[in-house]
Structure formats: C-alpha cells, structure tokens
Design a protein around this ligand. Structure first.
Ligand code: NAP
Length: 275
C-alpha cells in the first residue's frame, strides 16, 4: 500500500493507539485528520505533526457517543475539501464489573462509540473510496471479540460486532480495491485502563506499546488480511474458542475476570463466589 499523499482520518487520536496510528500514518506520508473530544490534545498532536512533516494536520472535535457526530465529522471533512482514503475507527472505551452495577448510560455510550460510530463513519467514507477505486478502513477491535468476557459483557459484544462487521466488509469489497482490517490488540499501554477504572483485574497479561499494535496492523493491511491479532500468545489464544464449547469458555471467563479474585486486588465490586 502506498500511504504517500493519502489522507487518513483517525478517531480517538487524542491518546494511546489512535495517537500512535496518527503519528505513524503521518510519518508514512499521509495528511491526517484527528478526531476525538479533547481539543487541546488534538491541536498539540496536530502541531507536532505539522512541525515535523511540514504537512497539514486537521482537527475535528467530536463526541462519537452522540448519534449525530459521524455526520458532523463527515460534514467537517467535506467543508475542508478533504477526500478520506484511510479511515481508522479506533475511538473506544470499556467498562468492567457485574452488568447490573454498571451505569446503563455509560454502556449505551460505549455501544455508540465502539460500534454505531464505526458503522456510520464507514457509511460516510466508503462510497468516496469506491468512487476513487481504492481506500482502506482499519477497525480497532480487541482480543475480547472472540469469546464471552464476563464482567465486560457489553465491551466484548461491541468488539465482536466490530470483528464480524469488518470481516464481512473485507469479503464484500476486496475485489473493488478497498482493504478492511480489524485489529485485535491485547492489553496495551494507553489510558484505556485508567478510563476503565481498574488496572488490575480487568487486565490479562502485560501491556504492549501502542506502536507495536500500529506496526502489526499496517503490515496486515499491506497484506490485505481481514484481521490481525496482536502478539503471541494471543494469536493462539484467539483460536481456542473455535474448539472449546461456548459454555466452557464463558464459565472459564467468569472465573478469570471475576472482580475481587486476587488477594489484595482493587476491591471494586462485591460479587458472590462462583460455584
Ligand atoms: N489499551 C488496551 O489494552 C486495548 C486492548 C484492546 C483494544 N483496545 C481498543 O483500542 C482502542 C483505543 O483505545 P486505547 O487503548 O488507545 O485507549 P485510550 O488511550 O483511552 O484512547 C481512547 C481514545 O478514544 C477516544 N474516545 C473515547 N470516547 C470517545 C467519544 N465519546 N468520542 C470521541 N472519541 C472518544 C478518546 O478521546 P477523547 O477522550 O479525547 O474523546 C481517546 O483518544 C479502543 O477502541 C479500545 O477498545 C485497547
């Protein structure tokens, strides 16, 4: 894939994996559009990119939990006269805890950002890519996409949605010059766990740097793969649900994700012991 001279729009560019995608795509020659809620973070990163590469970097402030936000983002890029060649649907967040204890409004916002905005932005930008005869959509999913994740039920469901959506579109558009890839990171060193409010029980394994997620995803995009699981042993772990019964996976997940399971861990929820 030739990134030089392309325009890439990255959601969730104000931190973590999105900021790393923005920097890497700019380094490879793209003009970038940065989307998120925190305007100051976006303008600082845009200024850093403009200074380093002498290429415009555009900021569009949007709260993607609002149903009107994707259309507003699209209107903003139209007004700037930009054609988007590469769409990176990265913005997202997670919740953790027993389903009945989590704020329903926050879960609803998570579905809007993690799933609905991904569909809406793809609807807005894919037709333009088809007209131009090429383009790419990178959807940031998660290793949570492949099986039930008790205590992260809505988050895992939102990422399973992104995974199925991406693979279906990959098959639909691969012959028409559009590349679609779902990237599935495991624990990554970003603000994700801080936003989630638990950097202990909600995390499986050590955190990887976001730059590695970006590098492996762009390599998968260049090879026109429909999805990429980031790092070992997760590439193997992601295969386990294909052979283990779903109920077994879900029961096992309930044990390993249970709040208060570690002595001395952050006690956030009181959950009756599992049977
Ligand atoms: N870190 C991990 O361990 C991990 C693992 C697997 C998958 N992921 C996925 O990776 C993606 C990026 O997360 P991250 O790890 O880089 O976490 P992060 O550092 O917290 O970044 C999340 C980004 O999403 C944006 N965002 C959140 N809510 C938004 C909203 N309502 N409207 C617009 N933008 C919003 C945030 O920007 P503002 O707050 O400025 O709006 C921020 O830029 C997410 O989809 C996440 O689910 C992360």
């Amino acid at each position: 894939m030739d990134f030089k001279g392309r325009t890439a729009l990255v959601t969730g560019a104000s931190s973590g994996i999105g900021a790393a995608f923005t920097r890497e795509l700019a380094a490879r020659g793209c003009q970038v559009v940065l989307v998120a809620r925190r305007e100051q973070r976006l303008t600082e990163l845009a200024a850093e990119i403009e200074n380093r590469y002498a290429r415009p970097a555009h900021v569009v402030v949007a709260d993607l939990s609002l149903p009107t936000a994707p259309a507003a983002v699209h209107a903003a890029t139209e007004k700037l006269g930009l054609h988007i060649d590469i769409l990176v649907n990265n913005a997202g967040f997670a919740t953790y805890g027993p389903f009945d204890t989590i704020d329903p409004d926050r879960e609803h916002a998570m579905v809007m950002v993690n799933a609905a905005a991904v569909v809406d932005l793809t609807h807005h930008y894919l037709p333009g890519m088809l007209t131009e005869g090429g383009g790419a959509v990178i959807n940031v999913s998660s290793v949570a996409a492949f099986q039930a994740v008790p205590f992260q039920a809505v988050y895992a469901a939102s990422k399973a949605f992104v995974e199925a959506f991406s693979e279906s579109l990959w098959a639909e558009y691969r012959a028409r010059g559009i590349r679609i890839v779902a990237c599935c990171p495991s624990a990554t060193d970003t603000e994700y766990f801080q936003v989630l409010g638990n950097d202990d029980e909600a995390r499986m394994g050590p955190k990887r740097p976001p730059e590695g997620v970006v590098r492996d995803t762009l390599r998968a995009l260049e090879r026109n793969r429909p999805h990429v699981v980031i790092g070992y042993p997760w590439k193997l772990v992601a295969l386990v649900p294909r052979v283990v019964p779903r109920a077994t996976m879900a029961r096992f997940g309930e044990r390993i994700m249970r709040p208060n399971r570690h002595p001395g861990s952050q006690r956030r929820q009181d959950v009756p012991p599992s049977r």
